[in-house]
Design a protein around this ligand. Sequence first.
Ligand code: NDP
Length: 239
Amino acid sequence: MSRSVLVTGGNRGIGLAIARAFADAGDQVAVTYRSGEPPESLMKSGALAVRCDITDPEQVERAYKEVEEKHGPVEVLVANAGVTRDQLLLRMSEEDFGAVLDTNLTGTFRVVKRATKRMLRARSGRIVLISSVVGLLGSAGQANYAASKAGLVGFARSVARELGSRNITCNVVAPGFVDTDMTKALTDEQRENIVGQVPLGRYAQPEEVAASVRFLASEEAAYITGAVIPVDGGLGMGH
Ligand code: NDP
């Protein structure tokens, strides 16, 4: 059965891999992109791309209206868009902290809230939030990012409790280090250091994160809600 799927930040990296996985399975996929170009290869396979900055409530509303017009109400939401602004705590400005929280946590609140309006009416829905292993482990130089990603866990579990009786699930995927633009900014030394701490001894590919997201949105995962699924090569074991 083809569902209406929305992936935020689906023009590149993990979001694009997630969108592809749903499109390959025959779903009607819409992605949001903020800057740059919409993902052409994905659109060739019939996906819809809408421009949307999730820090702006009006753009979020406009994006949903367009998706609803073309694909119907969103049945599966993947809140993937996220940013980093790394800095040691003493040098971290209010702006650095606030901007990361506004995108990663409040932006997720905006898109989830809007999706649940229609899911409640349909008495069905799947929501998957993309957090990070560092939300639970902490990370020097990433107090803003780690706080935003930890916040997603409390948020998801609250949504799972509020909406469970309406057959809406809300889960979190917490990736470790994934080969994308976000991690390309690291130096070779930083990369080697990270890989040295990962039991599986390598970075993840975006498709490996996408597989877990698709599972959580599938019929087989109907009884899973409020869960945090690590896709981190074992880095966060014990958390
Ligand atoms: P990328 O930096 O490659 O892509 C981030 C995506 O989010 C882009 O599409 C970007 O759009 C979008 N985005 C950022 N800010 C906004 C905004 N305000 N409004 C709308 N869209 C926005 O990151 P990844 O693919 O690596 O990461 C995807 C998610 O996975 C993020 O939430 C990240 O925190 C998380 N994650 C990544 C890990 C990794 O190792 N890469 C590890 C753990 C978690 P644009 O192209 O316009 O910038």
